[in-house]
Design a protein around this ligand. Sequence first.
Ligand SMILES: C[S@@+](CC[C@H](N)C(=O)[O-])C[C@H]1O[C@@H](n2cnc3c(N)ncnc32)[C@H](O)[C@@H]1O
Length: 307
Amino acid sequence: MASEEQSPATDVWSQWLLHRRHGGDAEYEQAMRAMVERYVERVLDGARLEAGQTIADVGAGEGLLALRAIERVGGALRVWLTDVSEPMLHHARAQALEHGVADRCTFVRAAADRLEGIDDASLDVVLTRSVLAYVHDKIGALREFHRVLRPGGRISLAEPVFQDEAVAAQAIRTVIESKPPAAVSPLMPLLHRWKAAQFPDTEEKIRASAIASYSERDLLRFAQNAGFAEVHLELHIDSFPSIVRSWEVFVNSSPHPLAPPLSVIMAEQFTAAERALFERSMRPVIEDPRAVSTDRMAYLTARKPLA
Ligand SMILES: C[S@@+](CC[C@H](N)C(=O)[O-])C[C@H]1O[C@@H](n2cnc3c(N)ncnc32)[C@H](O)[C@@H]1O
């Protein structure tokens, strides 16, 4: 990977992971971290780690999978932490030092579909979480995981499935376009501007989008196409009381690293009157104690065949 310096101020990944994801709210951050910890535990359950193994946490971010793997297994687990974001690699290295496990870790700046520096057939397990979602060539990344794994090695991953959000954005656009302007509620174009800024809203854009062009079934097929066997996929759809409790958190957080927060969308695309209408209509919905969130996460495990 090219070694040009990345500034933390302009790196979308660290900006989101370390700041924007939590909307500047400690309570929301805690609730979000608890959710992420549950994903991490499931990925590690699927990995069936053993002492003495060499593994990779691809797109490691803060290094949550890597650090928890070392904590779980103890023993001499060796971990490669890879990421495209230099600021996140710095952050993960600081975390590993703080946990006293940096000597077990190797940090490499590399894209998931080009794990430069990691030898063929050198790993026992590849872990990744919420990374393939942002990679256009998902089969290429899975082929790369296959390359670095020894025969019999495993992958265990979790990826969000964002297709429904894109379909919702597309549906709002279709409703607006199918009616004469006077018959469209003034809220609809605002809902559309919000959704379309965060998710693709046409067939063409969905097809071209890394985050919304795949379903859980595609993930399974991609793993098979990349040469994996014993592919097991579970789609978990959880509906639960919304962890976004206030309008302020809602407007300042964003659902994924490439999505601008609503506060930015409103500042750039809404007039003052539109902002007032949107808040008047949506604040009660967001702050309703009965509000629910729905989460779609695909967990996949597979094995590289022995021969
Ligand atoms: C949503 S975060 C997930 C971080 C971490 N895996 C976790 O579970 O907390 C996505 C991570 O993927 C990294 N990333 C984005 N595109 C990537 C790519 N093409 N190859 C490798 N990592 C990538 C980002 O820098 C970021 O750290």
